[in-house]
Design a protein around this ligand. Structure first.
Ligand code: NAI
Length: 482
């Protein structure tokens, strides 16, 4: 078995945490129970690109129980939990796998990859030696992007010119494409033809998919897992409510109470972040571009203003927009001494890290992994320092361990259902982007109620006909916003 992880000797520790997590992931365990014998994913070769954490280990092993073969990489250079990766490679006790003879799933992920290593890992999950992958499970869309760029390059007969790359990361991707074209001029087309579909985990990846669908460049169907209600209204909100302050605490251990914290973006993630900071006693300011979200923030009791106005008093600045260039170098120069700057959105372009890292702008002192102090050299803000978490990449996974198991059980149960849908009912999904039907969304929620001691009220027949809904659901129209 080929794989590349940091240290297989961490497997026992990983297995113990995976076993604890299983108890907290009732949705995934119910999938194993329900579909374990039937094996609806038999024949599926899933290329997975999603943070290689303990929770993801439970997802991977659920997919395997349902019959799939799996290869896995992380979707972020800092998010892998090395003990989880090791345990997945060694395999469950019943596989008889050991550190010397692993018998689990090929994983290509470790905490602290370089960009070159990251894209090498992404290539490994799409490389199945004598077969092609036929499903993608993506988070942020990097695996999907690589296949699409590869097909485009193969059609043109050449990779994009490195001189046209907009970032260091794009240069790395263009280089990957150039090298793959040198050895095989049809690799990515074969992969694209074989892939039945992709299930996408996050807001930013979903945006990319809808863009490709509009442009007509989408090559295979996609299920937008993010917009299952039991994903975005839970993971994005309650998950970040938990893991944002975890990242700040582990990264800096600065007392949050009494501080002024700015949250840029009041979508699902921003709502969770603002609530967690307020819960710690921070005075929270929100910035927004959308009048509806701005009004929501105001009515939730937050001050809403621009970043420029907020900066002179801000101690903690968190970006949660999924947008680019939200915090610029000029913003950073205007920050208070030792202000904490962090991003919880998917990509590292919300904060202008490239600008901060540019020659001569500021001097970096690494405090510990994923925590840097940057001191401005000259010009505005000269001599002041800011603390940047996870080099501007998602800090809840870089500085902490991401969302806890229970909330990820909701997200990943949607992932499993979406994989089954696309794999088993491929012909029902012509190329396009879909969400799971509402009855499955409600089912995911239902699977998590008893663990929390929730007692659900049952509609009477009379009430059901008065509302015009079946007694067993779905209970809301597709327009309902929760
Ligand atoms: P969303 O679309 O619900 O919210 C983003 C909000 O930011 C919107 O309300 C938008 O109007 C606002 N916004 C856009 N540009 C802005 C600007 N320049 N200034 C201020 N506000 C601005 O998206 P969601 O679901 O909240 O996700 C946000 C990001 O977080 C995405 O990149 C998503 O992929 C990522 N994400 C990260 C997670 C994590 O664990 N770190 C978990 C889930 C999502």
């Amino acid at each position: 078995m080929d794989f590349k992880v940091a240290d297989l000797s961490l497997a026992d520790y990983g297995r113990t945490e995976i076993t604890l997590a299983e108890h907290e992931m009732p949705g995934l365990m119910a999938m194993r129970e329900r579909y374990g014998a039937e094996k609806p994913l038999a024949g599926a070769r899933i290329a997975g690109s999603l943070h290689m954490t303990v929770q993801t280990a439970v997802l991977i092993e659920t997919l395997v129980d349902l019959g799939a073969e799996v290869r896995w990489a992380s979707c972020n250079i800092f998010s892998t939990q090395d003990h989880a990766a090791a345990a997945v490679v060694v395999g469950r006790p019943e596989t008889g796998g050991t550190v010397d003879a692993p018998a689990g799933v090929p994983v290509f992920a470790w905490k602290g990859e370089s960009l070159e290593e990251y894209w090498w890992c992404t290539q490994q999950i799409l490389d199945w030696a004598d077969a092609e992958p036929n499903m993608i499970l993506d988070d942020g869309g990097d695996a999907t992007l690589l296949v699409h760029l590869g097909v485009e390059a193969e059609k043109k007969g050449h990779a994009p010119d490195p001189a046209t790359a907009g970032s260091a990361e794009q240069r790395v991707i263009f280089d990957v494409l150039a090298r793959s074209l040198e050895t095989d001029t049809a690799r990515w087309s074969r992969v694209a033809n074989s892939v039945k579909g992709v299930t996408e985990e996050t807001t930013t990846g979903v945006l990319r998919l809808y863009d490709m669908m509009r442009e007509g460049s989408l090559l295979f169907p996609a299920i937008n897992v993010n917009d299952s209600v039991t994903k975005s209204k839970f993971d994005n909100k309650y998950g970040c409510r938990h893991s944002l302050i975890d990242g700040i605490n582990r990264g800096t251990d600065v007392l949050i109470g009494g501080k002024v914290a700015v949250v840029a973006g009041y979508g699902d993630v921003g709502k969770g972040c603002a609530e967690s900071l307020r819960g710690q006693g921070a005075r929270v300011i929100v910035t927004e571009i959308d009048p509806i979200c701005a009004l929501q923030a105001a009515m939730d009791g937050y001050q809403v203003t621009t970043l420029e106005e907020a900066l002179p008093t801000a101690d903690i600045i968190v970006t949660a927009t999924g947008n680019k260039a939200v915090v610029t170098v000029d913003h950073m120069r205007a920050m208070k001494h030792q202000a904490i700057v962090a991003n919880i959105g998917h990509f590292d372009n919300e904060i202008d890290m490239a600008g901060l890292e540019a020659e001569g702008v500021a001097t970096r002192k690494n405090v510990k992994p994923q925590v840097d102090v940057w001191t401005f050299n000259e010009g505005a803000g000269a001599g002041t320092s800011i603390i940047v978490l996870s080099e501007g990449r998602l800090m809840n996974l870089g500085n902490a361990t991401g969302h806890p198991s229970f909330v990820m059980s909701n997200s990943f149960t949607n992932q499993v259902l979406a994989q089954i849908e696309l794999f088993v009912r491929t012909e029902d999904y012509p190329v396009g982007v879909y969400v799971l039907p509402k009855h499955l969304d409600e089912e995911v929620a239902r699977l998590h109620l008893s663990a929390l001691g929730v007692k659900l009220t049952t509609l009477s027949d009379e009430q059901a006909s008065y509302l015009g809904v079946p007694v067993s659901g779905p209970y809301k129209s597709d327009q309902y916003r929760y």
